[in-house]
Design a protein around this ligand. Structure first.
Ligand code: NAD
Length: 324
């Protein structure tokens, strides 16, 4: 039986992608892998695997007859600045190990995510086009840009069917985020539900491209099912969800939690955010494989609040709104 392998499966995106793949293809068709065992038992088979260990990776691929790999293991932007060399090594060598397996014909298709962090201060900041100056300032962004070049190289030179998306900041409620600059857009909901003041590490007017998890997962599945001959980008596709600032997000939350408040205490993550785009032009994704975003800001806010547990039952009005 041909199966798919998701590496980095315990992470924010991996844990939801595994469930989506299992829902679509059945639990026997998905193998989840991560460097540490899962925090709670999974529906699918799990392998403890270090993506940097090439022989171990090849063994997992052989034993499970893996056809398709989703390589999500990475160190993200803010965490990467604490350990730049580790971030470079994991983010580039992990991808290379997978691309080599594909070059040798041991797997048929690869998904690897890039990020809006691959852009930099001289990239066109609004409606950032697919092709523009890319001068990332973080080790995370540098590793993502290098990874994009590797993907295009392995496709052009060896015919490897590798597909990639430049994810915006992903907003979700099922797991904690992995140390990125857009994590505030998740933490703010937990503060709102716990009736605590949220201390935001970005300035109120910092506009960044974001996407709600159901859209991010659907984009991934749709790209991987697209007709290979239609895909004109083999580096990584721009992908747009919804762009907003911390102040706009706080205001949307306040419509449902009137006593909610935010104080702004920018830290080192502000300097990272200042080099990233404010919005993304994803017309090539829409043209080549029919991408359409579904989740707008207000719907995202209601869904996040509905799914994050309430700290107490002293807010019946909010509960009424969210259960309507
Ligand atoms: P995450 O940090 O939540 O999860 C990464 C997972 O990789 C973790 O479970 C970790 O244990 C695992 N891992 C670390 N080292 C490993 C190794 N050597 N071998 C195997 N597994 C290892 O990350 P995420 O937010 O789920 O992101 C997934 C991918 O999407 C990454 O490539 C990231 O760069 C990209 N991305 C994420 C976002 C976002 O907002 N979450 C935005 C843009 C791009």
């Amino acid at each position: 039986m041909q199966r798919v392998l998701v590496i980095g499966a315990n992470g924010q995106i991996g844990s939801e992608l595994v469930d989506a793949l299992a829902d679509r293809d059945g639990i026997d068709s998905v193998i989840a892998a991560d460097i540490t065992p899962p925090p709670k038992p999974r529906r699918v088979q799990f392998e403890t695997l270090d993506v940097l260990d090439a022989p171990m990776l090849a063994d997992v691929v052989r034993r499970h007859e893996i056809e398709e790999v989703y390589q999500l293991a990475a160190i993200l932007s803010a965490a990467g600045e604490a350990s730049p060399l580790r971030a470079w090594t994991l983010n580039t060598s992990g991808l290379l190990n997978i691309l080599e397996l594909a070059r040798e014909g041991r797997i048929r298709r690869v998904f690897w995510p890039s990020s809006i962090a691959a852009f930099g201060p001289h990239s066109t900041p609004v409606d950032t086009p697919q092709l523009t100056v890319m001068d990332p300032r973080t080790m995370y962004g540098i590793s993502k840009l290098a990874g994009e070049r590797l993907c295009e190289y392995y496709f052009a030179r060896f015919g490897v069917d590798v597909r990639s998306l430049r994810y915006p900041g992903v907003v979700s409620y099922k797991t904690t985020p992995g140390g990125g600059t857009t994590d505030y857009a998740i933490a703010i909901f937990h503060a709102a539900r716990q009736h605590t003041v949220y201390r935001c590490f970005l300035k109120p007017d910092t506009r960044l491209p974001m996407i709600y998890m159901p859209d991010a997962v659907r984009a991934t599945l749709e790209l991987m099912q697209a007709d290979s001959t239609k895909l004109q980008q083999r580096s990584s596709y721009n992908l747009a969800g919804v762009s907003f600032t911390p102040a706009e997000l706080a205001s949307a939350i306040t419509r449902h939690v009137p006593d909610f408040s935010v104080v702004y205490e920018p830290d080192s993550r502000q300097a990272i955010a200042d080099t990233w785009p404010r919005s993304i032009d994803d017309s090539e994704a829409r043209r080549d494989w029919g991408w359409r975003v579904r989740w707008a800001l207000d719907d995202l806010v209601v869904d996040m609040l509905r799914n994050i547990p309430l700290a107490s039952d002293r807010e019946p009005r909010l509960e009424r709104v969210l259960t309507q």
